[in-house]
Design a protein around this ligand. Structure first.
Ligand SMILES: C[S@@+](CC[C@H](N)C(=O)[O-])C[C@H]1O[C@@H](n2cnc3c(N)ncnc32)[C@H](O)[C@@H]1O
Length: 286
């Protein structure tokens, strides 16, 4: 992960097709940040989410980010400084948070939990619970467990860690957090769980079994994707037929048809993956 720091933002850009900002905003909406609140991002990586969180909580709010990788933290600090945003970044372990009890209104953890072995993950959850204020919110986001592990062409090329949604729910519940909502994020195969720390008024009345499920719509496709596809197709077509094609009308039909087909295939695939994630997440609930 250390060597990944330099390329991490590029990777995030590629995985979100340039929509990382919209993706991060979507995550922050899930945890309902208010101006003036205090937020902790555990396993903050290069700090993109923490910086976006600070924009939300404003000058009166505070945001801390913590990550085990000094390279990630160095990059996060550079990014915050460049953006003129004040976020406090720490190098440290999520299983031993250097903060007092009941300190934050919200704790967020994105794409991080799957990195941790189970006992460390459990310790991390206990630490998140410890530092959250009564009534505070926790957001956990991670890759869903694939329907059929290690099979298919995509799985061969795109391996990443993952965590079943039911394991996230169990993890948070065991740490004395009440899961209030789960769902799919609508980006890649990401899923989320939102939990709250019992407030002083809640007493023992927590219903730990039930929570809402929400499947978010896929992020809109980036505007530049079709023109880019068109250019790529024209270039490819020209290469195949030669620069001075004798049948420009035929060329145009081929290019437009292929672009349309690609766009439909892309939308269809996104829909299929989205549905699969939703189904798996729902079966994970039961
Ligand atoms: C895939 S990155 C996710 C970064 C960021 N949260 C995001 O959404 O882009 C996982 C991060 O977790 C960090 N990490 C892994 N294990 C950790 C631990 N035990 N304590 C602190 N950070 C850890 C890694 O250094 C890495 O930056």
């Amino acid at each position: 992960m250390h060597s990944a720091a330099r390329y991490y933002d590029l990777l995030a850009w590629l995985l979100t097709l340039g929509r990382e900002r919209a993706f991060r905003e979507r995550l922050l909406q899930l945890v309902h940040l208010e101006p003036g609140e205090s937020v902790l991002d555990v396993g903050c990586g290069t700090g993109t989410l923490a910086i976006a969180a600070k924009r939300r909580v404003g000058a009166e709010g505070t945001v801390h980010g913590i990550d085990a990788s000094p390279e990630m933290i160095a990059r996060a600090k550079r990014k915050a400084k460049k953006a003129g945003i004040e976020v406090v970044f720490h190098t440290g372990l999520v299983e031993a948070l250097p903060f007092p009890d009941a300190h934050f209104d919200a704790v967020v953890s994105t794409l991080m939990l799957h990195h941790l072995p189970r006992p460390v993950r459990q310790q991390c959850a206990r630490e998140m619970r410890r530092v959250i204020k009564p009534g505070g919110r926790v957001l956990a986001v991670d890759f869903a467990t694939p329907a059929r592990e290690g099979q298919g062409l995509l799985a061969r090329f795109h391996r990443h860690g993952h965590l079943a949604l039911r394991d996230i729910v169990e993890l948070l519940s065991e740490a004395d957090l009440r899961v209030v909502e789960t769902g799919s994020v609508g980006v890649s195969d990401l899923q989320f769980a939102v939990a709250t720390a019992p407030s002083l008024r809640d007493g023992d009345r927590q219903d730990r079994q039930s929570h809402a499920f929400r499947s978010l719509d896929p992020l809109p496709a980036p505007r530049w994707i079709l023109p880019l596809l068109g250019i790529a197709l024209v270039a490819g077509h020209r290469l195949v037929l030669g620069v001075a094609s004798p049948r420009p009308a035929l060329s145009a039909v081929v290019v437009l048809g292929a672009a349309g087909l690609l766009a439909i295939t892309h939308l269809w695939l996104a829909g299929v993956v989205h549905t699969l994630v939703r189904r798996r997440s729902r079966s994970g609930e039961g």
